[in-house]
Design a protein around this ligand. Structure first.
Ligand code: ADP
Ligand code: MG
Length: 395
């Protein structure tokens, strides 16, 4: 009989699952003491009624940018109000335009904004009004590169300072993308990058320490072997140094062990978790691809499963596909799905996007084989990807 009593009385190897979630901010942030200190120093003028310089933070995913910023914000907000300073956090992946960002911030001052229907000029006027009472506002734009009209946003926020009498507005921008700097217009670039900070990826030893801390809070005592922790740290540092990935790996390893009714989390569970996390991450990437990309990838999968006809004709390994045969098949698949195929110029763009995401690899064929062409190969097990795409494309 299913009963909550039974379920609740089952012993878990987890002590506190939320500690392993990516949103949890631990009290201690090892290896980031200097970064915390530096961010605090940059924003501290706001607590003395002066306008801080804008700050730009760059670092790959999982290097601790968001959690450091959250930690600084907590401390800032404790004393900010009485000093006439405020800090606002915006995740630009969700609030991805100037209007939405302005609306999100100004909602804290003008509750009526909950109901939309107020234009940008109104939001801007309110911002000026609030800051002209002397408030120093620090706006944290996390994943800032996701903002569609970023140049306009930076311009609006920076320019507001010319009209504000008394207080000020400053920006902390955070991004995972190094190349994004080049896409900004020179004026926003120079305002945004008044101060710049870089977060380096963690080494295996550092990840090990970070994991040990989380394990002691998240799992029951002596459940996770130290060898399993080291393995998770080693795998992660080999791949990316992304602490979020390391935590995911460990969390999954715990679930695997628990499903098998084990009392300990071992290397074996970490290895199993690694495969599962890989599949999860691939699924996430695939599900967020635009439709045409999905169709191209589906075509590549389909051909990979049946094997390349062209390659067979050439007596080559048939997991390699020819760009031309994929395009021909793509046109057929589009027809079947009643979609208009895009030109081969677009098709090449899709291939390059799919390669950046690690979903496929491409190599030039060299001379001889059917002239110069591109050879394509799946980056993951085609069968898994095939299933995911079928679901997503309703095939
Ligand atoms: P980023 O914003 O750079 O992508 P996050 O700040 O979101 O990275 O960190 C990813 C995960 O790793 C979070 O769960 C965070 O708590 C954890 N983490 C990152 N750096 C540290 C650290 N120095 N100590 C403990 N946990 C960390
Ligand atoms: Mg982040």
């Amino acid at each position: 009989m299913a009963s909550f009593d039974n379920i609740l009385s089952q012993k878990s190897i987890f002590k506190n699952l939320s500690v392993l979630s990516p949103h949890y901010v631990p009290d201690e942030l090892p290896f980031r003491k200097e970064h915390l200190e530096e961010i605090m120093t940059v924003v501290s003028p706001a607590l003395k009624a002066q306008k801080p310089r804008n700050l730009f933070i760059y670092g790959k995913t999982g290097t601790g940018k968001t959690c450091c910023m959250k930690r600084v914000m907590e401390d800032f907000q404790k004393i900010g109000e009485e000093k006439g300073a405020s800090m606002h956090y915006v995740n630009c992946r969700i609030y991805n335009s100037r209007y939405r960002i302005m609306q999100k911030i100004m909602k804290n001052y003008v509750p009526e904004l909950e109901k939309s229907g107020f234009g940008l000029p109104f939001l801007y006027e309110k911002l000026i009004e609030v800051c002209s009472k002397g408030e120093q506002m620090v706006i944290v734009l996390d994943e800032i590169d996701m903002t569609k009209d970023l140049d306009e946003l930076v311009y609006t926020l920076t320019r507001s300072n010319d009209e504000i009498d008394g207080g000020g507005v400053s920006i902390v921008g955070i991004s995972n993308k190094l190349s994004f700097k080049d896409s900004l217009d020179p004026r926003s670039k120079s305002s945004l990058y008044e101060t710049e900070m870089i977060f380096q990826p963690y080494s295996a030893e550092q990840l090990q320490k970070i994991l040990e801390q989380r394990v002691s809070e998240g799992f029951e005592k002596d459940v996770v072997t130290s060898s399993a922790i080291n393995l998770a740290a080693a795998i992660t540092s080999q791949e990316s140094g992304d602490a979020r990935y390391a935590l995911k790996l460990l969390n999954k390893a715990g679930e695997v062990a628990e499903q098998d009714d084990k009392k300990k989390v071992t290397d074996e569970d970490v290895e199993t978790a690694r495969r599962k996390v890989e599949i999860d991450l691939t699924a996430e990437t695939i599900n967020t691809l635009p439709e045409m990309h999905q169709i191209v990838l589906y075509t590549i999968c389909d051909l990979s499963v049946s094997g390349s006809r062209y390659a067979r004709l050439e007596g080559m390994e048939n997991s390699m596909l020819f760009s031309g045969e994929v395009y021909e098949e793509y046109e057929r698949v589009c027809k079947k799905l009643r979609k208009r195929p895009r030109s081969s110029r677009w098709y090449k763009e899709y291939l390059s996007d799919l390669e950046v995401l690690g979903l496929i690899t491409t190599t030039p064929s060299g001379k001889g084989v059917r002239g110069q062409t591109t050879l394509i190969r799946m980056g993951h097990e085609p069968k898994n990807v095939h299933q995911m795409l079928k679901r997503s494309l309703f095939i």
